[in-house]
Design a protein around this ligand. Sequence first.
Ligand code: 4NP
Length: 155
Amino acid sequence: MCFVCLGNICRSPTAEGVMRHLVVRASLADSFLIDSAGTGAYHVGERADARSRAEASRRGVELSSRARQFKAEDYGRFDYVVAMDSSNHRHLERLAGGRAELARLFMLRTFEKNPRDLDVPDPYYGGERGFAKVYDIVERGCSGLLAHIRAEHRL
Ligand code: 4NP
């Protein structure tokens, strides 16, 4: 799976780190290829935002990603391309070559039980609390996504 946000420094690196943590805990690490990318290229090569890393670290999760831009070819490498918000989703729809790619495109929060909103809010220009909120939302979404995949693939 590949998680995708705008900059690939806040939301999708958090999802990547949380999902890695969840699959290790479930002893399923060998069954998954977990990555993240951004629709934009502004932060390519950068580590996750220090505020995202601090929040994850408080919860026992290290974020080790380097930002990269999502490319159309990534659809060939991942079964689940998971957008963090509807703007990312629209961008990814435009990059999809056809129905096979579109069938791999999801929104993270659709895997939450009772989502209040389908977007993971962009925390970049806000304060610390936004990062804690993003972490909570991402954790719920990733748990739901993992449960969905385990049920679908009998893992
Ligand atoms: P992300 O957050 O998409 O969650 O990585 C952002 C990071 C940087 C910018 C916007 C959102 N930016 O405009 O530079």
